[in-house]
Design a protein around this ligand. Structure first.
Ligand SMILES: Cc1ncc(C[n+]2csc(CCOP(=O)(O)OP(=O)(O)O)c2C)c(N)n1
Ligand SMILES: [Mg+2]
Length: 807
C-alpha cells in the first residue's frame, strides 16, 4: 500500500523561524502545490480516456490556496467551490487518493468520504457526524461544508457558518457546547469564482455579513473569466473589490476589510492571508481577499478547450504567470532551493501522484470485479447452452473495466431470458441479484435523511393534556407558549427572520420572547430570504437549532434555490456525513390577493425531498409538530395557516411537551359514504361542507395527513377507502399540484385504487393566483359550495334516484 499522506501546510512566523525551518515549510508548500497540479493534469487525462465522466480542477489556483490553508485552523469552516483542491490537500480535508476516488465515483464512504461517489469531482466535505448521526468534535477538525455545483450557492450557508461564531462568542449560555466552538474564534472561509460574484446570492450574502459583523473571510479567485465569458460581461468596472469599496470599514462605521493580492505572488499571498484572517478572527470583522491575476492552465473543465475563447496574448500571459512557475522562480532567485533539487522533488511527486491514481482506480474496480466474476459464474450455471445467455457473459467477460451498471444489467437480462426456467441455478442467480439490489440501494439511494439516533421518528409520542381549567386562546398565543417553553428548555434554539425580533413576527407568535431571551436568540433580519435560510444551514451545521422564518409562503420562492440545492440535498449528497436540522417556519394558504394566498405545494413537494413537509390544520397541531422537530435532528418546513392565528383553540397544559408525530394522518371526522383527504386551511372548509352534506344524508370521512412528506405512513387513507370506496382530494394548490401527489400516494403507493367504485376526484384552486378580495378568493380557491356540490355529484353518479341532479 502506498502511504496516502499529503503533508499539510504550516504557518510561517518569520520571527521564530530559522532559515532551515523556513525553507522546509516553503518547499513543502511548493510540493503540495506541485502535486495538486499533477493531480489536475492526470485527472483530465482520466476523463479524456473515458475512465471518469467529467472533470473540473483547481489548476492555476494552487498558490493562493496554500496561503489560505496556512491561516485555516482546527474548528474553522469552509464553504467553497470546485476550484479548491489545493486548499483541500493542504489542510488534509481531502487526500489525493480520495480526490481520484471521487473522480471515479467510488461509492464507498471509506474511499470517498466527501460524498461516497455521489458528487462530481472536486466537491469537498468533511464528515461532521458519525454513523449514528452523533456530532464529532468539530473543534479538533478542519471543517468543510459540502460543496454544491450551482455557482455562488455556497454564499448563503457561509453567512450562517460565520454567524455561529458570533453566537458562540456572545452568548455565554452556549459555552457548554465544547465540540463546536472555542469562544467563537472560528473563521468561516468562503471561496467563489470572479464570475459567480455576479449572482444575486453573492451580493445578498456580502451585505448580510457586513450588517451582522461576523468572521467571514471570502476569497475571490479571479481568472478574468466565467467559462468563456470575460469580466467585461460579468462585473461593473471588471473589478469586484473596486466596486465593493463602499463596504470598507472606517472610523465612523463598521464594514469589511478588503484586500487585493496577485495570485502568483507567494510571499504577498501568505502575508495578506495572515493579516486578513487575524482581523477576521480576533475582531469578528468580515474580510474579502480579492485574488487577481489567477490562471486556468487546462481551461474551465473537461467539456471544452479555452483556446476557443482566450486570445494568444492571454494564453501566453497565463503560461508565464502560472502561479507554480512563479513560485518556483521566486524560490530559486531567493536561493531557497536549487533547480536540481526541485527537479528531483518534482519527479518524485509526479510518480507519487501517478501511483496514487492507479491505486484509487484499482480499488474502485476491485469490488465491481468481484461482482462481475460472481455474476458470470452464476449466469453460466443457468445458461445450459442457451446462446443468448452465453452471449451475455461473453460480452461482460470481454469488458475489462465493466461498471456496476453492466454487471447488474447482465443479471437482470439473464433473469428475464430464463423467466420460465425453474432451477436451483436460476434461484441462486435471483438470490444474488436480490442481495445486490439491497446493497446498491444502500450505495446509490440511501440517506435522504440522517436516520440517526435523533430521528424525528424516534421522538417519544406525548399526547396533549387538557383539564377543566384549560383556557381557550388565540392560535398565535398557543404557538407563543410553545416557543416560550422550548426556548426555556434548550439554549441551542434560535429564531430569526423579518420582523421576528422586536415585534415577535407579523402574527405575534414570538411576541415578548426577545425581551425574555435576548436579541441573540430571537432576532430581526434584513429582507433576504436566501441568506435567512443560509443562516439557518450554517448554524445547524455547527450544532445549533435554528428556526429560520420566511415571512410568507409566497416568498419561499426567493429562498427555494438554497432550500432545494443545499438544505434538502445535504444528507443525501454527503451520504449522511453532515446534517443541518434547520426548521423553516412560514405561513401560507388562503388569505388575500395574488400574493399572501399561495399554496404552492406541488413546487415544494417536487423540490424539497430531504425535508419533512408539515402542513398543520391549526396551531395545536403546529405546536405539536414543533415539539417533535425541536427534539430531533432533521430539517423540516412547517407551513402554518395564515388565517388561523386569531381563531380560538384550547391551550394544552403541556404545550411545550406534547408531540405530533410526522407521517401520522388523523381521521378528523368518521363517515361511511366518501373519503375526503385534505390539509391546512382547506380542512376547515371541508369540515363545514361535511355538515351541509350530512343534511343530504351523505356521510363523509375526513382525513388530515398532517404532513405531506412523509405521507400517511399507516395508510389510513386506503383503509378508509375500503369502507367508502370513493375518494376526493381537496387542497388549494393549482390543479395537478399537491392533489396529484396525494392521489399518487393513496392510489399507487397505498394501493387505494383497489377499493374504488367511482372515479377519484380532486378539487384544487384555479390555475391562476387568486385576485384580491373575498370574491377573488371565492371564485379561485375551493369553497364550501364547490365541495358540497362535487361530493353530491359523486353520490348522484352512484345513486341518481336518491341524489337527483342539482343542476
Ligand atoms: C447557478 C449556475 N449557473 C450556471 C452554472 C454553470 N457554470 C458552472 S461554472 C461556471 C462559471 C463560473 O465562473 P467563475 O465563478 O469565474 O469560476 P471559475 O470556474 O472561473 O473558477 C458556470 C457558468 C452553474 N454551475 N450554476
Ligand atoms: Mg473565473
Amino acid at each position: 500500500m502506498m502511504p496516502d499522506i499529503t503533508p499539510t501546510t504550516n504557518p510561517i512566523d518569520a520571527s521564530e523561524l530559522s532559515f532551515e525551518d523556513f525553507k522546509t515549510i516553503v518547499v513543502n508548500d511548493y510540493k503540495i502545490a506541485f502535486e495538486s497540479r499533477q493531480a489536475s493534469l492526470l485527472g483530465r487525462k482520466e476523463v479524456l480516456t473515458g475512465k471518469a465522466k467529467f472533470g473540473i480542477f483547481g489548476d492555476g489556483k494552487e498558490i493562493p490556496q496554500i496561503a489560505m490553508a496556512k491561516a485555516f485552523k482546527n474548528g474553522d469552516w469552509r464553504a467553497g467551490y470546485y476550484r479548491d483542491q489545493t486548499f483541500a490537500f493542504a489542510t488534509g480535508i481531502c487526500t489525493i487518493k480520495e480526490f481520484f476516488a471521487q473522480l471515479y465515483a467510488n461509492p464507498s464512504v471509506e474511499a470517498e468520504p466527501a460524498s461516497a461517489g455521489r458528487q462530481m469531482n472536486c466537491h469537498f466535505a468533511s464528515r461532521s457526524i458519525d454513523e449514528d448521526g452523533n456530532w464529532k468534535d468539530q473543534t479538533a477538525m478542519k471543517n468543510s461544508s459540502s460543496d454544491i455545483a450551482p455557482t455562488g450557492g455556497q454564499m448563503a450557508r457561509l453567512v450562517g457558518l460565520a454567524y455561529a461564531s458570533k453566537l458562540f462568542r456572545q452568548n455565554p449560555e452556549l459555552e457548554y457546547l465544547k465540540n463546536f466552538s472555542v469562544e467563537g474564534n472560528e473563521v468561516a472561509f468562503g471561496t467563489i469564482g470572479n464570475a459567480s460574484t455576479s449572482e444575486g446570492i453573492f451580493f445578498e450574502a456580502i451585505n448580510a455579513a457586513g450588517v451582522l459583523q461576523i468572521p467571514m473571510a471570502i476569497s475571490v479567485w479571479d481568472d478574468g473569466y466565467g467559462i468563456s465569458v470575460p469580466a467585461k460581461f460579468q462585473t461593473t468596472k471588471e473589478d469586484i473589490s473596486e466596486i465593493l469599496k463602499g463596504f470598507q470599514r472606517d472610523e465612523n462605521a463598521d464594514g469589511y476589510e478588503i484586500f487585493k493580492v496577485r495570485g502568483w505572488d507567494y510571499p504577498a499571498l501568505c502575508e495578506t492571508y495572515q493579516k486578513a484572517i487575524d482581523v477576521c478572527r480576533t475582531e469578528h470583522v468580515p474580510v474579502m481577499i480579492h485574488v487577481t491575476e489567477v490562471t486556468q492552465p487546462q481551461g474551465h473543465s473537461t467539456s471544452g478547450s479555452h483556446e476557443r475563447y482566450k486570445d494568444k496574448a492571454r494564453l501566453d500571459w497565463e503560461k508565464e504567470y502560472d502561479c507554480i512557475l512563479q513560485m518556483r522562480k521566486w524560490m530559486i532567485e531567493s536561493a531557497i532551493i536549487s533547480d536540481e533539487e526541485l527537479l528531483e522533488m518534482e519527479n518524485t511527486a509526479k510518480k507519487m501522484v501517478r501511483d496514487t491514481q492507479k491505486e484509487a482506480w484499482n480499488e474502485f474496480l476491485a469490488s465491481i470485479k468481484t461482482e462481475k466474476d460472481q455474476v458470470i459464474e452464476l449466469i453460466n450455471n443457468v445458461a445450459n447452452g442457451n446462446p443468448a445467455m452465453t452471449r451475455i457473459t461473453a460480452q461482460l467477460a470481454s469488458t475489462p473495466d465493466a461498471m456496476r451498471k453492466e454487471v447488474i444489467s447482465s443479471a437482470r437480462k439473464a433473469l428475464r431470458l430464463t423467466v420460465h426456467q425453474l432451477s436451483s441455478e436460476r434461484t441462486a442467480l435471483l438470490q444474488w441479484y436480490n442481495e445486490q439490489h439491497e446493497l446498491n440501494a444502500e450505495r446509490y439511494n440511501s440517506k435522504l435523511f440522517t436516520d440517526g439516533k435523533e430521528s424525528p421518528f424516534l421522538v417519544n409520542a406525548v399526547d396533549a393534556e387538557y383539564n377543566e381549567s384549560s383556557k381557550m386562546v388565540d392560535g398565535r398565543e398557543l404557538l407563543n407558549a410553545c416557543f416560550d417553553a422550548n426556548f426555556g428548555r434548550d439554549p441551542r434554539l434560535v429564531a430569526f427572520g423579518e420582523d421576528l425580533g422586536a415585534i415577535g413576527d407579523v402574527n405575534q407568535g414570538f411576541a415578548g420572547l426577545q425581551a425574555k431571551y435576548g436579541d441573540l436568540r430571537i432576532t430581526d433580519t434584513g429582507i433576504r430570504e436566501m441568506t435567512i435560510v443560509g443562516q439557518g444551514i450554517g448554524l445547524a451545521l455547527r450544532g445549533l437549532k435554528p428556526i429560520a422564518e420566511i415571512q410568507y409562503l409566497d416568498y419561499l420562492l426567493f429562498a427555494l434555490n438554497v432550500l432545494s440545492d443545499d438544505l434538502a440535498s445535504l444528507s443525501y449528497r454527503t451520504k449522511a456525513g453532515q446534517k443541518a436540522p434547520v426548521i423553516i417556519r412560514t405561513r401560507g394558504h388562503r388569505l388575500e390577493g395574488v400574493w399572501h394566498s399561495g399554496s404552492p405545494m406541488g413546487m415544494i413537494l417536487g423540490s424539497l425531498r430531504g425535508l419533512h413537509i408539515c402542513v398543520p390544520r391549526n396551531m395545536t397541531q403546529a405546536a405539536g409538530m414543533y415539539n417533535t422537530l425541536f427534539r430531533s435532528d432533521e430539517p423540516a418546513l412547517v407551513i402554518e395557516c395564515l388565517n388561523g392565528y386569531r381563531l380560538k383553540e384550547k391551550l394544552p397544559e403541556n404545550v411545550g411537551e406534547y408531540t405530533v408525530p410526522l407521517g401520522k394522518a388523523e381521521v378528523v371526522k368518521e363517515g361511511t359514504d366518501l373519503t375526503i383527504v385534505s390539509y391546512g386551511s382547506t380542512l376547515r372548509v371541508v369540515e363545514e361542507a361535511a355538515e351541509e352534506l350530512a343534511q343530504f344524508g351523505i356521510s363523509v370521512e375526513i382525513i388530515d395527513p398532517q404532513t405531506l412528506l412523509p405521507f400517511d405512513t399507516d395508510k389510513l387513507c386506503a383503509q378508509s377507502l375500503t369502507k367508502t370506496n370513493k375518494l376526493l382530494v381537496v387542497d388549494e394548490d393549482v390543479p395537478g399540484g399537491g392533489s396529484a401527489f396525494i392521489l399518487q400516494q393513496v392510489l399507487e403507493e397505498q394501493k387505494g385504487y383497489y377499493s374504488l367504485d367511482a372515479q377519484p376526484k380532486t378539487i384544487s384552486a384555479k390555475a391562476h393566483r387568486p385576485p384580491y378580495g373575498s370574491d377573488g378568493d371565492y371564485f379561485t380557491k375551493p369553497s364550501v359550495d364547490d365541495i358540497v356540490e362535487t361530493v353530491y355529484q359523486m353520490m348522484h353518479e352512484h345513486n341518481a334516484v336518491k341524489f337527483p341532479a342539482i343542476f
